[in-house]
Design a protein around this ligand. Structure first.
Ligand code: NDP
Length: 293
């Protein structure tokens, strides 16, 4: 049976290290990192994410600035708020919760954020930094996956890594991070042929598809490390819904060497890495060496 990778416990450890770093910054530099989160509209899932981000930011000892705007907000109004946050020295990280309403071009908004405050790592400058190996802010979910993988496997150099999914938010940055760790990386997607065979070559298999339990155990190489990013809500017992990943956990755990569960695997790492990125941005803005590992 595979080892179950406990992302919840690991994320708590990251948050504790963030909290300690914040105390040190306050004591030695009089600096309190600040994270601004902008929510446009009433999307229920986004409201939950934003609430959790604010709560965990405060728990880590940082300043949390929440901006809730109506779903009728225009792009010009949102860009004006981003400019205001760019100029605010108490704000070191800016996150605009996606998705945005149709009247707003999310690319325009993301690329209006000061790249050095772009704690989601979605700005084109940060995408370029990641793909060229320059230091910058890295998207939180793939960063969390990489931290779990390094904790599990140590040196990743030379491993065959297959990332299923090529989104800008998860798949592509995940592949870039694994390449930077000297893995041999394959990116699979909806047009990939013989996906099962591609997956069976993976020492490291990252699933970021958004299709419930799409990857069965017999697509997993024996002993592989499986990171399941998928979060899918499906019908459970008695009409209740439950969360499952993109991997069929029950059959995959019988073959894999280690595997993240859903929930309790990758999910908790995302906000932990957001807090980490905010401390990194605050340190960089003040010329302070950043060491959170
Ligand atoms: P997207 O929908 O943006 O991307 C999905 C990717 O999966 C696409 O590249 C698509 O290929 C590929 N795909 C779809 N169907 C297949 C198929 N049958 N075979 C192979 N590839 C396929 O999703 P995201 O990357 O944003 O998210 C992926 C999952 O991760 C979701 O379940 C999401 O909820 C979850 N997630 C979890 C986070 C967390 O834990 N905190 C954060 C972000 C996402 P193509 O490009 O060809 O269409």
């Amino acid at each position: 049976m595979a080892k179950r990778i406990d992302g919840k416990a690991f994320a708590q450890g990251v948050r504790e290290r963030v909290g300690e770093a914040v105390s040190t910054l306050q004591r030695d530099h009089g600096l309190t990192p600040g994270l601004a989160v902008v929510l446009v509209g009433e999307d229920p899932a986004s409201q939950v994410y934003v609430r959790n981000k604010g709560k965990q930011t405060v728990e880590a000892g940082m300043k949390s600035f929440e901006h809730k705007l109506p779903d009728t907000t225009s792009e010009t109004e949102l860009l004006a708020l981003v400019e205001q946050l760019n100029a605010d020295p108490d704000v070191h990280g800016i996150l605009v919760q996606l998705p945005l309403p149709d009247q707003i071009d999310s690319h325009a908004v993301i690329n209006a954020i000061n790249p050095d405050k772009d704690v989601d790592g979605f700005h084109l400058i940060n995408v370029g930094r990641l793909s060229t190996g320059a230091s910058g802010l890295v998207p939180c979910t793939p960063l969390g996956c990489l931290m779990l993988l390094k904790d599990e496997l140590g040196d990743l150099s030379g491993k065959n890594a297959v990332v299923v999914g090529r989104s800008n938010i998860v798949g592509k940055p995940m592949a870039a991070l694994l390449l930077a760790e000297s893995c041999t990386v394959t990116i699979a997607h909806s047009r990939t042929q013989d996906l099962a065979d591609v997956c069976r070559e993976a020492d490291i298999l990252v699933a970021a598809v958004g299709r419930p339990q799409m990857i069965p155990g017999d697509w997993v190489k024996p002993g592989a490390t499986v990171i399941d990013v998928g979060i899918n809500r499906v019908e459970g017992d008695e009409g209740k819904t439950r969360l499952v990943g993109d991997v069929d956990y029950a059959s995959a755990e019988a073959v894999a060497g280690a595997i993240t569960p859903v929930p309790g695997g990758v999910g908790p790492m995302t906000i932990a890495c957001l807090l980490r990125n905010t401390v990194q941005a605050a340190c960089a803005a003040n010329g302070i060496a950043f060491d959170l590992d």
